[in-house]
Ligand binder design. Structure first.
Ligand code: 13P
Ligand code: SF4
Length: 296
């Protein structure tokens, strides 16, 4: 199956991109694994004709926004993001207007239609830089309230929240962390900014998924508790086999990030099925917000 996928990728001039939460066999076969920011940058620069996105719907949409001339495939189109579904363009526009038309910063974990009514996008890797780059004293951040609270703690701007969250990061509690620290007293705790503030307050470092991999590599410590989706355990343990990594909680398991299989990946590549194409009127409006982030 793996040989067949690599052969098909060559024949179709396709690049396979995988998020750090994807199943191990998918990460192993990909041309590039990374966090949302790294994957969007790669999607904007590749010379391939086809981009196969092993991730969730909003990631494939972002690739379509950046590369409309390419064929973008999502091998299982049911792979969505519950947090992205917590905001829609009509409600967002109404809230923006009610707040006096202040700039909207939208997490890339959102639909293209939501990006189209936003001023700039951000990811977990660049949120503070993006927020501080805006020429306004007040902003509205959507959809992740935890990411917005993290940004608010790192800027002088007033940050208005949207009541969205990642169900798998939001369930992590201070109690879970205190238990994990008790079980692994020598380990550093690295948290993803999608976690609630009470969890971030206990973190030794706050990082995106690829940021966690880099942080673990640069640290003298030998063990780490990871406050993120458990899929990250695979690439981080592979990168540093001599270090130990423990999940902050086994409850942090995103089913949508496990919907790409070798079988549906091969079939999508062979038949060019699962195409994601953002309609041109939405794409044009969404591009401004995504491109501003990439430029920054
Ligand atoms: P990053 O890889 O950008 O940290 O994103 C985490 C995430 O939840 C993606 O769905
Ligand atoms: Fe969405 Fe959370 Fe799953 Fe990421 S881990 S795709 S934010 S539900």
């Amino acid at each position: 199956m793996k040989e067949k996928i690599r052969q098909l990728a060559k024949e179709k001039n396709a690049i396979i991109l995988a998020h750090n939460y994807e199943p191990p066999e998918i990460q192993d076969i990909a041309d590039l694994c990374g966090d949302s920011l790294e994957l969007s940058i790669k999607a904007s620069k590749t010379k391939a004709d086809v981009i196969v996105f092993c991730g969730v719907h909003f990631m494939a949409e972002t690739a379509s926004i950046l590369s409309p001339e390419k064929t973008i495939l999502l091998p299982n189109t049911d792979a969505g993001c519950p947090m992205a579904d917590m905001v829609d363009p009509v409600a967002l526009t109404a809230k923006k207007q009610a707040l006096g038309d202040i700039p909207v910063v939208t997490y890339v974990n959102s639909s293209a239609a939501v990006k189209a009514v936003s001023d700039i996008c951000c990811t977990s890797a660049n949120v503070i830089k993006v927020v501080n780059s805006i020429d306004a004293d007040e902003i509205l951040m959507t959809p992740d309230k935890n990411l917005a609270k993290y940004a608010a703690a790192n800027t002088y701007k007033k940050v208005h929240l949207w009541d969205g969250y990642c169900p798998f990061h939001n369930i992590l509690s201070a109690k879970d962390i205190n238990k994990a620290k008790k079980d692994h007293p020598k380990a550093l705790f690295i948290a993803h900014p999608e976690c609630p503030p009470e969890v971030l307050a206990l973190a030794d470092s706050i990082q995106s998924t690829s940021g966690m991999i880099k942080f673990a590599g640069q640290s003298d410590h030998k063990s780490f508790i990871l406050g993120t989706e458990t899929g990250l355990l695979y690439p981080i343990s592979k990168a540093y086999p001599d270090k130990k990594f423990y999940p902050a909680s086994e409850k942090m398991y995103c089913q949508d990030m496990k919907k790409i299989t070798l079988e549906n990946l091969a079939s999508s590549l062979e038949n060019l099925t699962g195409e994601i194409k953002v309609p041109e009127d939405i794409r044009k409006d969404a591009l401004g917000a995504v491109q501003k982030m990439i430029n920054l």
